[in-house]
Design a protein around this ligand. Sequence first.
Ligand code: TNX
Length: 762
Amino acid sequence: MRVKQIFWTLLFFFVQNVALAQEHDPLPLIPKPASLNLKNGYFNISHKTIVTIQGRIAKEDAAIFNEQLKNLFGFELSLTPAEHNNYNEIINLIETDSGNIGPDSYRLIVNAKKISVIGKGAGILYGLQTLLQLIQKKENNFQIPCLEISDQPHFSWRGMHLDVCRHFFQKEFIKKYIDLIALYKMNTFHWHLTDDQGWRIEIKKYAKLTETGAWRHGSMIGPYRAQQFDSVYYGGYYSQDDIKEIVKYAEARHITIVPEIEMPGHSLAALSSYPKYSCTGGPFEVAKGWGVFDDVFCAGNDSTFTFLENVLDEVCELFPGKYIHIGGDECPKVRWKSCPKCQARIQNEHLKNENELQSYFVHRIEKFLGTKGKKIIGWDEILEGGLAPGAAVMSWRGTEGGIAAAREHHDVVMTPGSHCYFDHYQGSQDYEPLAIGGYTTVEKVYSYEPVPSALSDPEQKYILGAQGNVWTEYIATPEHVEYMALPRMCALAEVLWTPSLLKDSVDFQKRLIKHFSFLDKLNVNYSKAIYELKGSVNSLETENGVSFEFSSPFKTGKIFYTLDGNTPTETSSEYKSPLTIVKSTKVQAAYFENGKQKGNLLKQEFLVTKSTGKKITLQTPPHENYFGKGAQSLVDGIRGNLFKHGQNWLGWWGKDMEAIIDLGRPDTISKVTMDVYDDEPSWIYLPVNMEVAISDDGKNFTTLRNISKEEIKQANDVVVFNLGNQAARFIKVTAKNAGKIPDGKQGSGNDSWLFVDEISVE
Ligand code: TNX
């Protein structure tokens, strides 16, 4: 009897909880907690609420929580030591070191009269961040729903990066950025402090680093390929007092700052101040433009190392964290090749080449930092020529560097351009401010899984987590940083905090839209690109052409479209299901609600030919950063569009493209057209050779036409193969990559990119 009773009681509670969970929209929590159990009722929070505190950390956390409350809702709570426990409405903060709770984890229990936050390490602050996001205004009250949460971080490195060199941001904004990092339970701020365009940290021993190196006599304006500059004197730096203040500010929010001092490349600002540490002796100017520069620290000169060690001495004093980021990326080797001292070093140290010289450089710095009790972390180029023994790697050029480092048992932070570069476009380029390129939507960031499946279980442990990077070549104001970082940072925070099994993109989008009002209150200029009406092209199995599908996060209104070039209104055709595009058309569509258009006008032109929507295979898949929808993007009827790399272009890095299109049956063909892309300063080179071949069986191909480098150059980005009349079912198109970038060019010594799009067959 008793057992039965318990059973029914339990069932009742279970059903009630499930019903509650379904009835309510998801609570606007980001990141989503590992476990949440919603209950009936509310806790009323007001200036009368008392907070009792147990523990030193809890006391600091409570003070931060109070500041946040004041800022967001205009009231504060009374703080008191734990003994006073006999109040009506109280919040108990309990710091624990119990083995039952993991590092930086917390439990949050909200009852109608009492809230408990039990946490370890950063756990209490994280619990309070959850609490903050739960506060809802109801008439004149602020309420928190009754619930129980048990929560813990999924990854240990939950980072955000900010480049303060290409553009400088004042101390106050750095604090706001840190506040946002804390709000989303992230714990690492990677501060990119030195680069070609500015040295931003005061070093007492070398005053010229900031007197000279922090200032430039102009900046690049507009897109890279326009190569235009203003002549405005620009710069700024953080004094050591500023740095100490910021480090303390971050520490209170359980955030470790990883300072980055770039070497051996990206060092023109330092060399402008102290040219004697270069190979040629200078003189140099702090860079006005973006990109990669040939003059780097001289690796043959011992005094370079003394200089860097003295700089790092001061850096280590200022930053208590265990990691110092030493850069290591994009270091051209041209100067080293002709520098007698560097060549002598290669000889004396029995190094094979300049790559090994870079590795020598990094090893030497690592050793020095080891004596200071620090570990180094660097961009994935530090793998080339042999990784320093204790170095951790930041994998940015894709995931390969991370995989290689983990296999060698080095710690890894994933930050691939494909998902973690928040300087890329996040919405349609028709409406977004100028960005460096790429196309990384919030949805894409959310889909990211930091642990590469190629790694074995034991190797996976070396993946510490991931980080969002905000490079600021095209981002000059705090508002613009916010715009690029948010809400992509919300998505990444959830990728890093929430167990991957609980990830749910539909639920995330609902929470995010609710959460926007919170960001409004914080005065954060986030992007609203998720409201965009988007179009996606899919292949049709049976017919010619492609299907075109619209999606909008709004659900209550209707989408209208036109195919005749007119702007859609509510009297245009209503969108019910994916459109079938069988001939060249210009589609325009918009979302309407209550008689008004909401969001953007979607415009898409299709050029339908014999290849559109046909089966296509690629010998080598494109690079993950420029993957589009894979091979299908080459025959989706959408031409690559100059200035818009990222969305429609597919890119190969150092590799050739070979595509085979299957028309499904033999057909007459007379012309093949393909778009190519030329932007050498951005490392994108025209193919050096292209070829079209045909076949009846998909195995034995006959080459019809081969186009040389010169002809490709003259083709003006659209390469046309006139073939006469041919009968074929299979068409093979190849484009040969230009290989290594030659000396004297941007990015020399690196692999070049090959960008192609749409293969039209007529
Ligand atoms: C590559 S990521 C760089 C940066 C640029 C960034 C722009 C990395 C290690 N180096 O210097 O700012 O691309 O996206």
